[in-house]
Every structure is written in structure tokens, then in C-alpha cells.
Design a protein around this ligand. Structure first.
Ligand code: ADP
Ligand code: MG
Length: 384
């Protein structure tokens, strides 16, 4: 932030103590709602992200500014706790929650001004929330000289989202934002939090990954997301395993026989088959077979639509149109109930396919979707 002082010496000091980090959003290639089942997912960081700039304040307050919001939010440090923010200021909780999580871990948090500026579409399933949290976590870690490891930044960012904001998300987004690598997707084991970068060089394979933001908004803080989590936990309990991750595809039919409730059967089937598809997808990518993952992506969508029941008509339509226009595979990405669809295709097809989705949406009076292509991008880093 620039100083208003007339003195060049003071201005220089202000610049020196300022610290900025950039953290990306993510596209999850496959492995949806597997994270809180301690299973596998395959996200990649995307070029869109959030930049957080931190500078000191003399007063014991957090000042949180977003370039994407009109009014700044101010919170006294002695009031920094979950539930402290008014309804209209909830967005600032993703930043304040990081400061709170650091303090919970015993770190001193002084008065700070935090400015965020993001270009991940918000609430579209591309994780603008993790981009915000991780950029703030990185900037605070550096600014306060805490020396936290990347895995600790992941934990702090996740604690902010789960316990301060109150969104019971499973941790994939923060892993992807912190550990993202250019040209690679990340095979994440959500039990051990081990991350294996797997080559995903779209350009070399003559492919593109088209993202359609359907503009059908999703909501992760209440309702259906929590219900899915609870159903999975209940199915695991009834099947006598710590988490659905512990059941392989070979055990699927036995598990189906043992669950009497049809809804629980469908929820468990999605998770068990999705874990298998995710591992199969990583296997194909390790040997450079990018096109061949297409059917796995499409099968994942069918499973989210029919078994996990987290899609909406807009995303189902976008997937259908992309497949009709030659995509090798297409699926909804992110937590669901709206949000984005991805399609793996040849670059020459992308324009016609996105125009076709726009036309199909217009025909049904849905809001106009927005499309763009993404590549696997670098993870959270300091800006010098
Ligand atoms: P997603 O992570 O898929 O974009 P979420 O509902 O998890 O969706 O997070 C979106 C929320 O994150 C927004 O409603 C807002 O509160 C907050 N947010 C994200 N980016 C920004 C930003 N640049 N400025 C202010 N708030 C933001
Ligand atoms: Mg989010």
C-alpha cells in the first residue's frame, strides 16, 4: 500500500514492510466429494488466483480490504473469533479466519491491514475461497516471520474455512492452491495428505481444457453439502470402516448388499467408484495418455448426477453439449449444485463448443455462461 506521507524515507519503510503473496484457484480434474471420505482427488492449480498484500497497523485491529468489495471491514483483535463478523462482512472471514487460526496455534498477531485482489470467479466451484485464504496465509507467514511449512499453511487455510467461516469443506482446495505445479495435476491422498504431482501437459498432447462457468451458483456453507457428508459418514459406520476410502471397487457389490437404504447405497457407490476412477486417471496420465482419461471424466459426471445427486440441469446440459461437440470427456468440477463444467478437447473444437453451450442455455432461458480455457499453473508463491 502506498504511504500518504510526504517523506520519502517513511515511504520507503512502508514499502519494505509490505508483503504480497499470490495463490491460485483450482480445477479438480476428477475425484469429487472424495476428500472428506479420506479418498483421492486430482486437482490442478489454475492461472486465476488471489493476491494478498499485508502491511502493519499501529492499532490492534485487522483491516480487511477487497478490490472486489466496496467497503473495507475492520475487526478489533480482541474480537477476532468465529461469529464476530456481520452477515454482509462474511467474505472477510476467509482472511480474518487465517489470522485467527494462526493465533489459535499460538502465534502473535499484531494489527494488520490485508488487501486482497482476486480473479477467480467467486462461488463457481473454482475455489476463490482457497485462493484468498492461501494468499493471506502465505503473506502472513512471511510478514510475521513464522517460518511455517507449506503443509502447515494448508492446515491454517483449511481451519479458517472450516472453523471460522463455517464451511465444512474437505481440504482438497487448499492443498491444490499451495502445492500446485505448472504442467501437473496433483494426486492427493486425503487420508495422509500426500501429494504426487502427475504430468498433465495439455499443449504437448494437442489438447485444451475448456471451463464453462454455468453461473448457476453453489452454496457450501449449509444444506446439501453437509447432508452428503453426513450420509457418507453414516454409510461408513454401517459398513464398519473408518471411511468410505477403505472400500475398493471389488468390495462394492458386497457393500451395496449390506446397505438397506437406497440413498446411502447411491452415496457410497459414488465415492467408491470415484476413488477408483481417480486412481485410474492418474495411472493413465503417468504414461502420458491424456485423451484416454475422457471416458473416466464423463463417468464421473454420470455418478455425480445419478448417485451423488449434486448436479443441476445447467451443468448437465453443458456436459451434454460439450460431449456432442467432440469433447473426449466432460464433467462438473467442484462441490456441485451449480458451478463449472470442464471439457477435455482439441483446441480447434473449443470455440464452437462454447458457442453451442451459450446457444443451448439461451434456448432454456438460463443465464449466459462464460467459458475460458485453463492450464495447470504454479501454486502459492511470494511476489517480489
Ligand atoms: P468458491 O471457492 O468455489 O469460489 P466459496 O463459496 O467457497 O466458492 O467461496 C466464495 C466466497 O469467497 C465469496 O462468496 C466471498 O465471500 C469469498 N471471496 C473469494 N474471493 C474473494 C475476493 N476477491 N474478495 C472478497 N471475497 C472473496
Ligand atoms: Mg470454496
Amino acid at each position: 500500500m502506498s504511504s500518504t506521507s510526504e517523506s520519502p524515507a517513511v515511504e520507503q519503510t512502508a514499502e519494505l514492510v509490505e508483503c504480497a503473496w499470490r495463490a491460485p484457484g483450482r480445477v479438480n480434474l476428477i475425484g469429487e466429494h472424495t476428500d472428506y471420505n479420506e479418498g483421492f482427488c486430482l486437482p490442478m492449480a489454475i492461472p486465476q488466483g488471489c493476491t494478498a498484500t499485508v502491511s502493519p497497523l499501529a492499532e490492534p485491529v485487522l483491516e480487511i480490504i477487497s478490490v472486489q468489495r466496496e467497503a473495507p471491514v475492520e475487526l478489533a483483535l480482541d474480537e477476532l473469533a468465529p461469529g464476530a463478523l456481520a452477515e454482509e462482512d462474511q467474505w472477510a472471514g476467509y482472511a480474518a479466519g487465517v489470522a485467527w487460526a494462526l493465533r489459535e496455534r499460538g502465534h502473535q498477531v499484531p494489527g494488520l491491514s490485508i488487501t486482497v485482489d482476486g480473479d477467480v470467479p467467486s462461488g463457481a466451484g473454482l475455489s476463490s475461497s482457497a485462493a484468498l485464504e492461501c494468499s493471506v496465509a502465505g503473506a502472513l507467514n512471511d510478514h510475521l516471520g513464522l517460518g511455517l511449512e507449506p503443509s502447515e499453511l494448508v492446515a491454517v487455510a483449511r481451519q479458517a474455512e472450516n472453523d471460522f467461516v463455517g464451511a465444512p469443506t474437505g481440504g482438497m482446495d487448499q492443498l491444490a492452491s499451495i502445492f500446485g505445479e505448472r504442467g501437473r495435476v496433483l494426486l492427493c491422498d486425503m487420508r495422509t495428505l500426500a501429494v504426487e504431482p502427475v504430468p498433465f501437459d495439455l499443449e504437448a498432447a494437442g489438447l485444451t481444457l475448456l471451463v464453462i462457468d454455468t453461473k448457476a451458483p453453489h452454496q457450501l456453507t449449509d444444506g446439501p453439502y453437509g447432508e452428503r457428508r453426513e450420509a457418507c459418514a453414516q454409510a461408513a459406520r454401517l459398513l464398519g470402516v473408518p471411511a468410505l476410502r477403505d472400500l475398493s471397487l471389488e468390495e462394492l457389490s458386497d457393500a451395496m448388499d449390506r446397505l438397506s437404504d437406497e440413498t446411502l447405497r447411491k452415496r457410497a457407490r459414488h465415492v467408491i467408484t470415484e476413488n477408483d476412477r481417480t486412481l485410474a486417471c492418474a495411472d493413465l496420465l503417468r504414461t502420458g495418455q491424456l485423451r484416454q482419461i475422457g471416458p473416466l471424466l464423463t463417468a464421473s459426471h454420470a455418478s455425480m448426477r445419478d448417485d451423488f445427486e449434486i448436479t443441476v440441469p445447467e451443468v448437465d446440459l453443458a456436459v451434454e453439449v460439450l460431449l456432442a461437440f467432440g469433447a473426449f470427456g466432460a464433467r462438473m468440477t467442484g462441490g456441485g449444485f451449480g458451478g463449472c463444467v470442464i471439457g477435455l478437447m482439441e483446441p480447434a473444437q473449443a470455440r464452437a463448443a462454447s458457442l453451442a453451450v451459450v446457444a443451448a442455455f439461451a434456448g432454456r432461458d438460463y443465464p449466459e455462461p462464460v467459458s475460458f480455457t485453463v492450464t495447470a499453473a504454479v501454486g502459492a508463491h511470494r511476489l517480489d
